[in-house]
Design a protein around this ligand. Sequence first.
Ligand code: ZN
Ligand code: MN
Length: 486
Amino acid sequence: MSIDKKIIVGLEIHVQLATKTKMFCGCELVFAGEPNSRVCPVCLGLPGSLPVMNRQAVEFSILTSTALNCKVAEFTKWDRKSYYYPDLPKNYQISQYDLPIGSNGYIEIPLGKGQSKKIRIRRAHLEEDAGKNIHSGSFSQVDLNRAGTPLLEIVTEPDMNTAEEVKLLAIELQRIVRFLGVSEADMQKGHMRFEPNVNLHITKDGQVFKTPISEVKNLNSFKALEKSVAYEAQRQFDDFNETGKCMQSGNKKTFGWDDVREATVLQREKEEAHDYRYFPDPDLVPVVVDEKWLGEIKTRLCELPLNMEARFVSDYGLSEYDASVLTADRETAEYFDSAVKAGGEPKRICNLVTQTGLKIANEKGCSVAQLGIEPNRLAELVKMIDAGQIGATAAVTLFTEMMQSKDLPLQIAERLNLIQKSDAGELEKIVDEVLAANAQAVADAKSDGKKSKKSVGFLMGQVMQKTKGTANPQVVSKILEAKLKA
Ligand code: ZN
Ligand code: MN
């Protein structure tokens, strides 16, 4: 008996947009704040209040849809999705039903080694978030600060076949919306929430069995997303082996995720025949996206991170790892790119940015681009390393000095006496002095014994010390070698 299983996963993602105000009212969008302090008659759902569309939220949605290769609707509208819940005072959510802003697109996810996979996007629509119910002991409270927050809901086709791919898509989407500047995509603040739909196609003796679909609700970390998909796949496989149960129309199950037990928890056995009574919101006018507006928004598109990452590998010869570190955020990626375009050797620029720069930037809580070293000055610094004017240690010293001074690195290096001595005549004199003062080490170095290598290193160190680290090590090494052979 042969048995083979394939995981099938589609994903729904809610992305919170980084607009200044809420979706249909003027309440400010900031994290935290006293419960129910950022509310008004509109987001409280008071009778007689009228919603007004947030133009920025629509533009962010169009921009994201374009980046996700979606067709942007020329005409779209707002629909009421009716349901009752304490955190939804209007008893309906304003969403988009049959005319989403974006449809039929795809996102490319990196699989490593230059490989990528296209995952189709079914739709991307804009809607408002609900408030939050806070349960404490025997009673519950409602905080409506979040009510009316703009969310872009992105729905993929079931094109992912491993838990790893699901996680990669989530990470790639985070990188894209950050590059576009449409969302902070901060997981800790709940800016991205995931709902995977998981089932298995099991091939047993040539026959294919499809297990019932599980939807896992409201995941807010990459780890929970990946683990819940892997867990569901295994649980469904075990369940199938035990019961042989297959998918029938409508038997989708809804699960929650228990972060402590790292297991899914059944919430609803049968998919209720949801009747949300969708109908166009009579309080809002439809949205017409004409060529001019669309064209204007498209000018805000930037090179996408995956493309940039591939370019850094192919054009600049960086490793995939280095390229992915540099493209984690747009500012750093563009900073690096500018420094290379200003003539700096890519690998050296990369090392200074990812090792020295990112460390300092993290301590300061800013980006490398904000450290005060313009890309062209960074390129100048790297050119000095290449020309043998400074060594690696001096380069780091110069980097930190350049944050304070607007001078060119060469001027600073001269001022601080960091320029490497490469003049063979001058260095020969110093080597001679060192050899004369360390007869025993010279004898050891000349011998074939165990101490030979160590003694050469010691003599080298003495020369570096005498020159305060400014001697060009390659030149010193050559002189030393020649003298010890003589
Ligand atoms: Zn409001
Ligand atoms: Mn939704």
